[in-house]
Write a protein of this length. Structure first.
Length: 220
């Protein structure tokens, strides 16, 4: 039975004429498959490259920008007085004070005494009515020559004397030494030396308080 069936199929197959082989269609199908495979591989390659770049970016540390330098405020100007207050020396009544270059000064309750290298004594009263003790003031006596001079005087009318300053022609300034009796009686004595070439009559004497306020000027 099986042999008869096979024989019948063989006879039918021999009667069928085969058609031409579709080579062009096979080629097109092959090219299409290759393009799809190439596109897929290209996409995978792009994705892999992007992932690698992202990984490198993620691994590179990001350095923060340096902070802007702090703004430094300009220092405030410091205002200083022209001269510091002169310490007032307290002396006993009649105590001789060495004023330098052979001069001596001493105070008593009635006024100022001084003597030069020649030993001659001089006196300036604070109680003869010639001084107005109700307001600040200053007096001036001087002696010497072209080689230099000794200046002295009284300051009065204040218990807050800070300094006495002499101003010579041309603006040269000399700070005087101050002496007072105990208890700050409201007056005291100043003295100073000037060098060669200073004209006594043109010297200005200024009294200041301890805060630097000008209280009185003589010879201005």
């Amino acid at each position: 039975m099986d042999g008869d069936v096979r024989a019948a199929f063989a006879r039918v197959a021999l009667d069928v004429t085969p058609g031409p082989l579709p080579l062009e269609a096979v080629r097109r199908a092959g090219r299409a498959r290759r393009r799809r495979r190439t596109a897929g591989l290209s996409a995978l390659s792009v994705l892999g490259t992007a992932a690698a770049v992202a990984a490198v970016v993620a691994l590179v540390p990001v350095r923060p920008s340096p902070p802007a330098p702090a703004r430094v405020a300009a220092p405030s100007p410091v205002v200083r007085p022209t001269q510091a207050p002169t310490p007032v020396r307290t002396v006993r009544p009649g105590e001789r004070v060495d004023a330098g270059k052979g001069f001596r000064v001493w105070l008593t309750a009635d006024g100022k005494h001084w003597a030069g290298p020649d030993g001659l004594e001089n006196f300036r009263s604070v109680s003869d009515g010639n001084l107005d003790g109700s307001r600040p003031g200053v007096s001036h006596q001087s002696e010497g020559g072209p080689e230099g001079a000794f200046h002295s005087g009284l300051y009065y009318g204040t218990r807050a004397a800070g300094r006495v300053e002499l101003t010579a022609p041309g603006g040269r300034r000399v700070l005087a030494t101050l002496v007072e009796l105990p208890g700050r009686p409201g007056w005291g004595v100043w003295y100073a030396h000037t060098g060669a070439g200073v004209t006594f009559a043109a010297t200005t004497v200024t009294l200041y308080d301890r805060a630097g306020t000008r209280l009185a000027v003589l010879g201005d």
